[in-house]
Design a protein around this ligand. Structure first.
Ligand SMILES: Cc1cc2nc3c(=O)[nH]c(=O)nc-3n(C[C@H](O)[C@H](O)[C@H](O)COP(=O)(O)OP(=O)(O)OC[C@H]3O[C@@H](n4cnc5c(N)ncnc54)[C@H](O)[C@@H]3O)c2cc1C
Ligand code: FES
Length: 254
């Protein structure tokens, strides 16, 4: 599908927000991702997966991404009117549960973007949202205002230059004082592993995983992650089609 870039700007150090418009309406849910071909040339044949951050309607979406390598650098050079070849939204997003009253959202770095639309959808359903978002330093902080429109936000930085000092996991116990019904987490694997071990058996929740991706549509098996099914059997599951969001207790970290 072709998407036209509406605008793109830097919103934190080396972090860009790209707004784009699809050439026709598409269905979406929070936590899904777009698989974007950053260039029509031969140099960047592989697509780059970026999470849906905001959906203005069923055609206009934002993604927020950090510059890390050649693909994201190429994307950052695009501007209004440029077109992108995009698959998606793909994958399984965050499930929403009838009857929930409180939700705890936990994000680290570029794991924060998919939580924005999730917070909006929860808010629309009357769920009270607390977001714990962690970054290395103040210059990396992003999307706090957007999350604050949907509930409370606690910012943590590792060096203490914004919000509280420490990692998001340091604030988990305090966040549980008013017990949420469920948690939703997205961020680097060490953060997800720490969240899983701190909340296991105490609170149901979901982890959104990141794996390097090839096809994005379940064919190449390039994105598999070890998971445990409810019967306790382990098997590899495809993050692109069976995830990226998995029930927290099913994810196995090595
Ligand atoms: C489902 C999903 C959703 C994602 N959503 C976002 C998002 O919303 N915002 C964002 O900034 N990034 C997101 N990512 C990560 C993003 O896809 C990579 O940063 C990007 O593809 C890197 O491309 P590149 O060519 O710039 O860098 P590359 O040269 O491909 O890689 C540069 C560095 O980034 C690391 N890297 C590359 N791909 C990934 C990956 N998939 N996961 C973890 N590390 C990776 C590499 O190990 C390397 O160190 C997501 C990844 C997945 C799987
Ligand atoms: S990226 Fe090819 S199967 Fe997931």
């Amino acid at each position: 599908m072709r998407f036209r870039i509406v605008d793109q700007r830097e919103i934190a150090r080396n972090v860009f927000r790209l707004r784009m418009e699809a050439d026709r309406p598409v269905g979406w849910s929070p936590g899904q991702f777009f698989h974007i071909r950053v260039d029509d040339g031969l140099e960047h044949l592989l697509r780059r997966p970026l999470s849906l951050c905001e959906a203005e309607d069923d055609r206009r979406f934002s993604v927020v991404y950090r510059l890390v390598g050649p693909g994201t650098r190429r994307l950052a050079r695009k501007g209004p009117g440029d077109e992108l070849d995009v698959l998606g939204p793909l994958g399984r997003g965050f499930p929403l549960h009838e009857g929930d009253h409180r939700a705890l959202l936990i994000g680290g770095g570029v794991g924060v973007p998919p939580l924005v639309q999730l917070a909006r959808e929860l808010r629309k359903r009357g769920v009270s949202v607390l977001s714990l978002i962690g970054f290395r330093t103040a210059e990396d902080v992003m999307l706090a205002e957007e999350l604050a429109e949907c509930g409370s936000v606690w910012i943590l930085t590792e060096d203490g230059t914004a919000g509280r000092r420490g990692r998001v996991t340091a604030a988990l116990e305090e966040a549980l004082e008013e017990p949420p019904d469920r948690f939703y987490a997205c961020g680097p694997a060490p953060m997800l592993r720490a969240v899983q071990s701190a909340l296991a058996g105490r609170l149901p929740g979901y982890l959104s995983l990141e794996e390097r991706m090839g096809c994005g549509i379940g064919v190449c098996m390039g994105c598999v992650h070890l998971c445990r099914d409810p019967e306790g059997r382990t098997r590899y599951r495809r993050v692109c089609t069976e995830g990226p969001v998995f029930p927290a207790e099913e994810v196995v970290f090595s």
